[in-house]
Design a protein around this ligand. Structure first.
Ligand code: ADP
Length: 295
């Protein structure tokens, strides 16, 4: 039996892609797509050529998060053309193919796998530095196929996004053991929506001209810790880093950092903007940039 023609096609197509990063999460709603979108914005702002591939087939939120809703993909003799936000940021998502965004995509595994295969084989990215792949949450059929295809072409590894809660971390452990089993390097774990501390620190509290921010934070920490931890996880106050950091130490994978809950990042995602464009996302943008530097 000769080599699988699909795999051969994918290897050929991916030959012009230098780095491939898979973004995973154990659960939905933890900020995986937000991270994928902002990671792509950050890499593009550093003048890299970037492709963002959304294979979250049941919930493709990437078009909206990049302000590209309602766009169409075009076909040429080179393949499917991504939708370009800038000349160095191309995006491909099943969201561009659905006639009605409110329509549910009810597909069984094989059909989803077929589309993922096509995305990897038929999209004409051209010469790019990074391909960021926003995967669906969990460790389902789609993961096994994308991992299998991407591994054939060489993949840098996976970034796993979680929130600080134990319920999310439990699923992340599964995600990490999945990566270990299939032989994908875990580039690291991002703890998203990690408290509101930075946001409060940004506000700077003054009393009689004196900066009392630290005192104010301490006061809130003592009187209403749930305000800072947001989800009521006391781990937020662990100076060695509780939550995801602790889990990373236990599982022997890198911890990439915390991104605080930042309403302005939430708004940037709603409006399809980069959070690095202006000074407003002062809580989340520096944290995200520190993480990007580590990749
Ligand atoms: P997932 O891809 O894991 O399902 P999303 O990226 O769609 O999650 O995020 C879920 C929602 O939470 C989105 O509306 C997003 O804008 C918001 N969000 C994600 N991270 C943050 C954050 N750090 N601060 C504020 N809002 C956030």
């Amino acid at each position: 039996k000769g080599p699988d023609p699909d795999i051969v096609g994918i290897i050929e197509r991916m030959a012009t892609v230098k780095h491939k990063i898979l973004v995973l999460s154990g659960k939905g709603g933890v900020g995986k797509s937000t991270f994928s979108a902002q990671l792509s914005f950050a890499l593009a702002s550093k003048d890299h050529q970037v492709g963002l591939l959304d294979i979250d087939i049941c919930g493709p939120s990437i078009p909206k998060m990049l302000g590209l809703e309602g766009q169409d993909i075009h076909q040429s003799n080179l393949g499917w053309s991504p939708v370009y936000l800038d000349s160095n940021l191309g995006v491909m998502s099943i969201g561009f193919m659905l006639p009605n965004p409110d329509e549910a995509v009810i597909w069984r595994g094989p059909r989803k796998n077929g589309l993922i295969k096509q995305f990897l084989k038929d999209v004409h990215w051209g010469e790019i530095d990074y391909l960021v792949v926003d995967a669906p949450p969990g460790t389902s059929d789609e993961h096994i196929s994308i991992v299998q295809y991407l591994q054939a072409t060489g993949i840098d590894g996976a970034v796993v996004v979680t929130t600080p809660q134990q319920v999310s971390l439990a699923d992340v452990r599964k995600e990490i053991s999945f990566c270990k089993k299939v032989g994908i390097r875990v580039l690291g774990v991002v703890e998203n929506m990690s408290g509101l501390r930075q946001r409060l620190a940004d506000l700077r509290f003054e009393r009689e001209g004196e900066d009392v921010t630290e005192w104010a934070l301490q006061y809130v920490k003592e009187k209403a810790p749930e305000l800072l931890s947001l989800f009521g996880c006391s781990d937020v106050f662990d100076s060695r880093g509780g939550g995801a950091a602790k889990m990373c130490r236990e599982m022997g994978v890198p911890f990439l950092g915390k991104v605080p809950m930042d309403p302005l990042l939430g708004r940037a995602a709603e409006e399809g903007r980069s959070c690095f464009d202006d000074q407003r996302c002062s809580a989340s943008a520096p944290a995200l940039l520190r993480i990007v530097e580590k990749l």
